[in-house]
Design a protein around this ligand. Sequence first.
Ligand code: ZN
Length: 678
Amino acid sequence: MSPPAFNAIRADADRWITGEALRMQREHKIESVSRLTFVVGKGGVGKTTVSCAYALHQAARNPRESVLLMSTDPAHSLADMLQVPLKSTPERIADAKGKLSAWQIDSDREFKKFLAGNRDAILNIIENGTFFSKEEIAPLLDTTLPGMAEMAGLLAIHELLERQDYDHIVVDTAPFGHTLRLFELPAHFQRFLNFLNVASSRDALLAERFGGRAVLPSHAFIARWEEMVKQLRDAFRSNQAEIFLVTSPEIFSLNEALRSLETLDQSVPEMRVTTIFLNRVVRDAQECVHCRQREQMADRAEKFLKRQFPHIPLLIGPDPGNPILGLELLRRFGVRVFDSRKVRLEAKPPAQSAGKLKLKTSEWPVAEVPLSFTIGKGGVGKTTTTAALAFHTRKEQPEIPVMVCSTDPAPSLDDIFQKLIGNKQVAVLGDAKFRAMEIDSVSEFRQWAARIRKQLSSELSMQSGGLHVDLTFEKEVFAALMDIVPPGVDEVFAIFRILDLVQTQAGKVFIDMAPTGHALELLRMPERILLWSRLLLKSLAAHRTLALAQDVAVELATLGQRVRKLLEIMRDPGQSCVWAVMLPEPVPDRQTTWLLKAVDEIGIVVKALFVNRVLIPDGEESGCSRCTRARGWQMAILKTLQKKYGKHRTYLAPELAGEIAGAAMLRKFTTRLWQTAK
Ligand SMILES: [Zn+2]
């Protein structure tokens, strides 16, 4: 009997696999025939450009190999970059040389497709094993989905490896953080499996006691998932897998690359970065001051990377001043980078930029309300804008103290304030009334969860003396349920903590939010938090007479109240506002569009939209062709942004040479701002 193919299992999800089939499947390994390339990096470094160019180059050079370019980034831009229409299934790109296909994974759809086959089985496990009914648990299954995006990426890669349709798979991954979790078992999915394991353990116990079957269906089902993840890990660790790390020459970007390499080394030591890609490099600056500064920065970055990673090959991606879009330009970029051949990468700006965009100078805005939330995707200068808003507000209203808080899991307040910022507020920039703190959202939530668990645990063991099976079981269900918290809850907890601080001290607070948008998603549908806490409460129902169980119940009820209070504050235009940040990029910024939509649905006022790194003419260009071309492209892009986001007040912040860090740079940054004139 041959091992069952993953697809066949999926197609026939109701058929329980027997112990024999399970054993066979355990022994079955995916033959690592396909080459796997993961392109990783922080947002805004040109990860997708590198992925596209590499896939095009590989397909052209190896005409017999079928190459698949896929994106696991929920805000993907493959179609915009390649300038070909793509569906949510792999699509052959006819105009590319060789055999190239591309696929933008619709992670929601993929994961729902996967769950659809297993939904009843999951609900059965939970209903039989716990005190929850199907009706109660079904919404939980659906609402925890947003955290499953990485899992959908994994499922898709697994399926491709099984089918062996492609010789080489190039994966354009979501920005860091997501990617690192992609290589491990996504923690969220692991916790969900744990919950199922606990839920089915009562069945197993009963079966043992009454001499039932050795392998219960529910266990086979969970084992199958775990097996699939194990196969993937093996594939990632094989010598067929490679990682491209993309970075830009900015110090922020290099630091982040360094941190990510360390994290990768710790969490998945078998995976090695095989190539480092220094992108957006300016060479041959000639007489132009701007280009010369960027050239020097790139030189420093190159030396730094060679010194830090002497054994990892370094590739250089040039910045011609224009975006690298479309099959032909991307292919040339690949030839330039991977074959080191001189080819033209320059492209004229589109005709509509000829009609000039009128700009007028503007004052930096002051935050009029106590609470400011800054949103935007990674790598757009969100933290810089948050710090600058606080800096300017502080300057304009010297009697009012300000505080900058970051709930971003990868915060960078250290860099901008040139000081170690941690979980406690500290004065920065030599100003006692200017404070900053980075809140570790995850630990904030974990502390709360641990406190509740401890409360409950001490009470239950005290009550029962000799532990009773049922009590232990319910405690475990409660604990496992605490773990499958909907994504974003941790950030909401961090915001609670900030609100507590706000209430005890005067001043204005600026919150630099995580780029994932999970917290906004959660606040958009607050019933998700309430649903989850109701389930927690129900798991205690049998012990509702215990004093401490009552305390826990109160604590959970308080959670609901706090969420409602937070929403009230956010919706009050006298108390809160949102600042959105983006870049003048040629591909549509779906993430920001989506974040603004969530903000709109919650009912928070969007105060303004900042477009960062705009090349404003300042008379020092000396007719540089690269800068002229870059500005032409930006004008065209700004026009489309104006069309798209015109209803929001839009500020253009100039690109500054050098890093924006410290008081002097913040002062310089906050003296120049533009608006588009109607
Ligand atoms: Zn220039």
